[in-house]
Structure formats: structure tokens, C-alpha cells
Write a protein that binds this ligand. Sequence first.
Ligand SMILES: [Mn+2]
Length: 279
Amino acid sequence: MSLKRTSSSNAPKSSELMPNDTCPSTRIAEAIAAPKLPSLFVADLHLSDKRPQTAAAFLGFLSGPVRQAGSVFILGDLFDSWAGDDDIDSDFNRSVCDALGAATSAGTAIYFMLGNRDLLAGKGFAQATGVQLLDDMASIRLGARSLLLSHGDILCTDDHEYQAFRQQVRNREWQAEFLAKPLEARRKFIETAREQSEAAKRGKRAEIMDVNADTVANLLRSHGYPVLIHGHTHRAARHAYLIDGHRCERYVLPDWHDQAVWLAFDGNEFSVHSGGEPK
Ligand SMILES: [Mn+2]
């Protein structure tokens, strides 16, 4: 199986990049019909045994703020890599999964959306941890607001090369073939793909790798002007828009490279917290 790269000259148009199975369609999972408040939102922790401090911060988050929350939404790239649900048996992944399991057992609902780094996490991961898998996009009513949740990479429609890659690795047949390979071979492949991705990123303008403004506006319009929350770009911000006369917001979640940081929602207001105290 080769990892096909699409050059910009024959890159598909953005309209061709979203077949039905990857279209930002909205499905409201039954399980999240009524998430409990307050809710916490995190993304892009990129947990790895190479960053023990970030892992420790996440374990502290799980045993602290998460226990006081009604629901927690992890919007992708929790793990820096996940080679399949049989990857759960490494000491590092096991420790993170055990801590997630302890938090869900203690009564906090934890929802997990796949990122691009951990897109191979599946039912085995969910069963081992008690987290509930969430589609990208997920539309939920929470308190006084309608929220639209995404990892965020699907919004980066200017990066045609990345979108072609995303479409390939999200393909079920491709995944089945990949998951049939031995674990060690999958880990090696992921490592190589990451190195290629990092090299490709260095040659791309920063704007190309950010969300496309029209894609965001169209998405907000087609979903009734919700609050959009996503990660992936690591460009933490609160953006305010006026679209068709409707006030809309887009929260971009930060990564955890420097500190533990999360967005909280009490049903009316959003607030950003890091470590323990609000920023
Ligand atoms: Mn990502």
C-alpha cells in the first residue's frame, strides 16, 4: 500500500474533496442529546511518551477539573499517534487509557472525536476507556447555545494536498488494509508519514494550513449560526463574525505543548482556563 501524494497541479477541487463519508454533515449522536454542564473542551494534546510533562498535566486534568465537570469533549489529537486499538498495550497508552477509564467511571461523560493523529482509535479504545466516540462534525445543543464541534482539519480546504491525504486515510477500505498489517509496521508507517508531513508543512505558507474563511462561513450558515469549536491549527483564538446579520463565534482550542489549557462552558458563558486558574 502506498501513500499517494497529490501534487498541486492535479489536486482535486475542494468540492471534490468531501465525498459523502467525509462531508461535514451533522449527526447528533443519541448519547449526546443532553450532555451535562459544565462542559470542558480540549484538543491537540498530542500525548506521547516523549512529552512526559504534558502527559502528567493531562492526568492531573483528568483527576481534577474533569471530576467537577458534567461533560468533557476531546476534539482530536489526544494522542500524538495511535496505530490501531491494539496499540493500547504500550505502557504509555495504557496509563492514559486507565486514567480516562477512572474519570468516566467516576461519572464524567467524556466524548472523543478523532483527530488526524489518532484517527485509528475506534471501538476498542472506547470500550477500554468508557469514552464515547463523536462524529466530526457534531452538532449539539448545550445550555443556551447550539454548538458545532470539529477537529478542524476538514476546514483547511486551501491545503489540497492535505485534504487528499485526509480523504485517503479516512477511507474505510484503506484503514482495513492498513490495520491488517502488524502493529510494528503500522507504527513505522505512521512515523514516516509524520516526517513527510512535517517536511511538507515547511514548504507551505501558513495561510494555506489555516481554515478557509468561506468554508467556515458556509458551515456556520448551513448549521443555523452556531458556536463553532475546533482545534487542529493550534492557533488558539476566539473569532467573532457577523454572518447574514447573525453573530457567530469560532473558538480555536490551543495545543498543550506549553501548558494544560481548556475551554469551559457553563451553559451561558465560555471561559478559558489553564492549569487551575482562568487565564
Ligand atoms: Mn490535528
